[in-house]
Design a protein. Structure first.
Length: 135
């Protein structure tokens, strides 16, 4: 079935030297650049949350405009304008909370949620949000 004869393949002839640094040439497009301290790669928001506490009131949840079926998930385009603003989120399960969103993806958000006396980093799926309101 096979045309090659693999009986003479010697696995020991291929050696790996852990002391050798297998480095790519500087002009190689696959070379990963090492960033100096203080530089971050990728999307990252503020590392300590917003500068102040959220508003001291709890807003009323908006009533649904349509009757019958509800949306499966919040549209990312609808919540995108709330980035780096105070947002009150009503999840499908649990109590509502104040948040400071730093990232909106296709299916999720991340940022900081108010824990009563400090900001706590969080992330959640858009399908887990019943409604929200930006401030």
């Amino acid at each position: 079935m096979y045309t090659g004869d693999f009986r003479y393949l010697d696995d020991d002839s291929i050696s790996y030297n852990p002391n050798y640094t297998y480095d790519l040439p500087l002009n190689c497009p696959y070379r990963q650049m090492v960033l100096p301290p203080g530089f971050y790669q990728g999307r990252q928001g503020p590392q300590s949350g917003p500068p102040t506490a959220p508003p001291s009131f709890t807003p009323q949840e908006p009533q649904a405009q349509q009757f019958g079926a509800e949306a499966f998930a919040i549209d990312p385009g609808a919540i995108k304008p709330c980035v780096f603003r105070f947002v009150y989120i009503w999840p499908r399960r649990g109590d509502g909370f104040w948040a400071w969103i730093t990232f909106v993806g296709r299916r999720s958000i991340s940022g900081f949620r108010w824990g009563g006396n400090r900001w706590i980093y969080f992330g959640m799926d858009l399908k887990d949000i019943r409604s929200f309101q930006c401030f």
